[in-house]
Design a protein around this ligand. Structure first.
Ligand code: SF4
Length: 282
């Protein structure tokens, strides 16, 4: 074409690669049959279908972390995970302690329950961290129990774990009104509670869910999805928040949905590999 744009035929290898990756992802998640509308595939341009804030990157190529959070050459040895002594003098923040907290405006903006987080607090393999409770979480006082939480449960199960085997928490322990993003000041006020949780729980690996969790745990730093960082000596990696995945319409956003799911799954496999593990065979 004279305008420099690729034709559909020239895009075909890219489309087929994305399709193959999507099928591989579905297979790894246990899917045995896939409905496919041919009309959806024909006009697809991978670049147009992807949301502008979700660039596709090969996370398998991501170099491991080093202490300052920057990329380390691929052949450099990884730091041993979770080799620091457990902080026995600290205690996990309780719901009662958090309910008395008034350190930020979220204390007075209609919270029903504080949400400390829950799960295995005895050095689990993984700690998942999101941004803040939503309506369901606020109602029940539990982290990730709404629709996004159900998708997180599927992610955890695909890794070979139950929710009880890992720990799930948020940067902020109180729900922001109308599910708005917590402000930097609110996250900064609440961060000491999460820092204490991490110090006591000593997870072997931290998985950050979404951009807000990234900026909440690493304020002022540029954190990239699928790259290794280190938080208090603990290997830390970031991926999409489950709510980002479930907002796609499977009928009209099928390619974007599968591309995002694939990136999440590749990041989770990286996290497993960091601990010398693999997803269970289906
Ligand atoms: S969000 Fe955190 S800092 Fe703010 S009131 Fe709740 S517990 Fe306290």
């Amino acid at each position: 074409m004279s305008n420099g744009e690729k034709t559909d035929m020239e895009n075909l290898p890219e489309i087929l690669t994305a399709f193959e990756q999507a099928l591989e992802l579905e297979r790894e998640l246990g899917t045995r049959t896939v409905d496919c509308d041919r009309a959806l595939l024909l006009p697809v341009s991978i670049g147009r279908a992807r949301p502008p804030d979700a660039p596709l990157r090969r996370v398998e190529d991501a170099p491991p972390y080093r202490d300052d959070g920057r990329a380390r050459p691929p052949d450099a040895p990884s730091a041993p995970a979770n080799d620091k002594p457990r902080a026995t003098s600290l205690a996990l923040p309780t719901a009662e302690e958090l309910a008395a907290c008034t350190k930020c405006p979220l204390a007075t903006l209609g919270r029903q329950h504080v949400v400390p987080g829950q799960g295995n607090a005895a050095s689990p393999d993984f700690m998942f961290i999101g941004e803040a409770p939503g309506a369901d979480e606020d109602r029940q006082g539990l982290a990730f129990v709404g629709a996004a939480g159900q998708f997180l449960t599927k992610m955890i199960a695909a890794m070979g774990y139950t929710r009880e085997q890992i720990f799930i928490a948020n940067i902020c322990k109180c729900r922001p009104p109308n599910n708005r993003t917590p402000s930097p000041q609110e996250m900064e006020a609440c961060l000491p509670y999460l820092r204490r949780q991490i110090a006591v729980i000593r997870p072997k690996c931290i998985v950050l869910l979404g951009r807000t969790a990234m900026s909440g745990l690493f304020p002022g730093q540029r954190i990239l999805r699928g790259m290794w960082y280190e938080y208090e000596g603990i290997p830390t990696i970031a991926t999409f928040h489950p709510s980002y995945i479930i907002r796609f319409n499977p009928l009209t956003d099928a390619v974007s949905l599968r591309t995002a799911k694939l990136e999440v799954w590749n990041t989770l496999k990286l996290a497993l590999a960091k601990l010398g593990k693999q997803p269970p065979k289906k």
